[in-house]
Every structure is written in structure tokens, then in C-alpha cells.
Ligand binder design. Structure first.
Ligand SMILES: [Mn+2]
Length: 165
């Protein structure tokens, strides 16, 4: 389901959409906390964007310029309506992982590259990343504010894209 904001739905459409959303949420609960594998999250994000018409590339090396001397390999690169999204996928998230994502944001910023960095993870980590108190959620919020980091919460059937808080 990919419905542009402001779309007016008929009663039938909104009813079937409601059922679809409910079904997707029930499927998440049925996973009983089992987090999707890194490659699964990567594939889900890629295929959902591809289904919406974006050009999707996996495992893209980036070693441009002086600020990205280490050879970065981006998990997913998405080209959608003239914007490039760089997604670092994490099945589990530690402070060290956030350091890596910080490095990506900072390097692209210093290169003057307009690509937008996203941390892509399982929708089951939604609570971890959005809780009011917490080291990880605070770091993520700081990076969203200072470096325009975006978040993608993925499931096998849907994803939630947050461009900012
Ligand atoms: Mn990764």
C-alpha cells in the first residue's frame, strides 16, 4: 500500500486498508519478538521501495572524496524522485552501530553529497528508538536533528519511513 498524503479514500477502500493494516500488525505480533535477519530487512526495504517505482541497489561501495577514505559499503541505495537514500541496515542496534551511521552522515555531509542517510531496522525496534529515555534513542534523536538522519522501520509486508522527528 502506497497512498500519497491527502488522498481521499472511499468507504470500501478505507475499510480494506484498515483490514490490511490490521493484518500486517497481527503478523508482526505473531513473530513473537523474533527479529528479522539483516539480509531479510535489507530485502524487505529494497523490494518495498522497488514496488513503489524506485531504483534500488544493494551493497554499494562508496569511496569518493577525502572525507570517506575508508571504503564504505552501503547496504541499500534507493533512488526515488531525484533523491538518493542511503540505508544502513541493522538487525540489532548498539552504540557502536550508531557510530558507523554517524560516520556515514558526516562523510556525506562533508563531501557535499545530498544523499540522505537512513538507519533501517526491524519494526520491532520502534520502541527502542523512540522511547523518551534511553541512550540509543537519545543518540538517534541527536543525529536526526544535527545530521538529518532518517529512520526506516521494516517488516516483511510494510515499512514506516521517518524523515525526522
Ligand atoms: Mn548493515
Amino acid at each position: 500500500m502506497d497512498i500519497p498524503p491527502g488522498t481521499t479514500l472511499t468507504t470500501e477502500q478505507s475499510e480494506s486498508l484498515g483490514k490490511e493494516i490490521l493484518g500486517a500488525l497481527i503478523a508482526v505480533r505473531q513473530r513473537r519478538g523474533a527479529v528479522l535477519a539483516h539480509s531479510t530487512i535489507q530485502g524487505c526495504i529494497g523490494s518495498l521501495f522497488a514496488a513503489a517505482g524506485a531504483a534500488v541497489h544493494y551493497e554499494v561501495p562508496y569511496s569518493r572524496g577525502q572525507w570517506a577514505p575508508k571504503r564504505f559499503v552501503f547496504d541499500v541505495v534507493i533512488e526515488v524522485s531525484k533523491q538518493t537514500l542511503v540505508v544502513e541496515v541493522k538487525d540489532f542496534i548498539t552504540a557502536r552501530d550508531l557510530g558507523q551511521v554517524y560516520g556515514y552522515c558526516k562523510a556525506l555531509e562533508l563531501e557535499g553529497d545530498s544523499a540522505k542517510v537512513f538507519l533501517g531496522t526491524d519494526v520491532l525496534h520502534l520502541e527502542l528508538l523512540t522511547r523518551e529515555r534511553g541512550v540509543i534513542s537519545h543518540q538517534v534523536r541527536d543525529m536526526m536533528a544535527a545530521l538529518k538522519l532518517g529512520l526506516i522501520f521494516a517488516d516483511t509486508g510494510f515499512l514506516i519511513r521517518c524523515d525526522n522527528y
